[in-house]
Design a protein around this ligand. Structure first.
Ligand SMILES: [Zn+2]
Length: 264
């Protein structure tokens, strides 16, 4: 059976509270073998680790502070994150980065939290799961300033342009693509940009419960809620827009994800 790895899924949110075992079961039924559960703050990172223990070899966790929550940063939180990152099921630092779209935390706070997490990643030599929205230039310049000390990096939920792809590739980064590509209107720039992502840099993700693919034929189990079981649908759209065989894309994304997150 074709196998997939969903590199970004927010399984610890309230929308999965009621039927999480079924959600994971459906993912597995559709070939989504492994799920990287995103940590967005202290509580959700802890929850992601708990899930990774409950679903050994299926769920893995990331530990980080999303830019929306950057104002939570404290010395205690940094120590706490550092401790959580030692857990054997924690495969990356993040998500972390910059989001100047909504500025739930100030830009200053976001930059401080981002730099603090890159420092931890350097210290522990862990891969980094990155988030960027409307902050490309600052994001790139922060990464550039310490790129040679950092290990592997992935720009998750990429929605940008060909130029942005080129910047990431120059910095030897991986790129995660979501069901954003299935949106015939706002996904247009991404549909062009994916053609420029090298095969050894592409990964795929649902970013569930967000970003339900707009062109999904079947009705989602819960209204408007995305699930990792729709990842094959996303993969086929990505392959179509890259102009390659679906099988080729799926194999590349799978191998890249295994290597990036060091999954056995
Ligand atoms: Zn994100």
């Amino acid at each position: 059976m074709t196998q997939y790895i969903d590199i970004g899924v927010n399984l610890t949110g309230s929308s999965f509270k009621k039927d999480l075992p079924e959600v994971i079961e459906r993912a597995q039924q559709s070939g989504v073998e492994k799920l990287i559960v995103t940590g967005t703050d202290s509580y959700h990172s802890e929850q992601a680790i708990t899930l990774s223990e409950q679903y050994q070899s299926v769920c893995y966790a990331t530990v980080g502070l999303h830019p929306h929550h950057a104002s939570d940063l404290s010395q205690d939180l940094v120590s706490e994150m550092r401790e959580m990152l030692w857990h054997r099921n924690v495969v990356a630092v993040g998500e972390c980065g910059l989001d100047f779209n909504r500025n739930f935390s100030t830009r200053q706070e976001q930059i401080r939290a981002f730099e603090a997490q890159l420092e931890i990643a350097i210290e522990l030599q862990k891969p980094v799961f990155l988030h960027q929205r409307d902050a490309h230039d600052d994001f790139i310049s922060i990464i550039k300033s310490c790129r040679s000390d950092l290990g592997q990096l992935v720009a998750h939920c990429f929605t940008g342009s060909i130029e942005e792809v080129n910047d990431f590739v120059t910095l030897d980064m991986y790129i995660g693509v979501t069901g954003w590509i299935c949106d015939e209107r706002r996904g247009m720039s991404l549909q062009q940009a994916v053609k420029h992502i090298p095969m050894d840099r592409i990964m795929i993700e649902s970013d569930a419960p967000y970003l339900l693919p707009r062109d999904l034929q079947e009705k989602p189990v819960a209204k408007n809620r995305n699930e990792p079981c729709y990842l094959p649908h996303i993969a086929s759209a990505v392959a179509r827009h890259m102009g390659i065989e679906e099988k080729q894309l799926i194999t590349a994304a799978y191998n890249n994800s295994c290597e990036f997150f060091n999954l056995g």
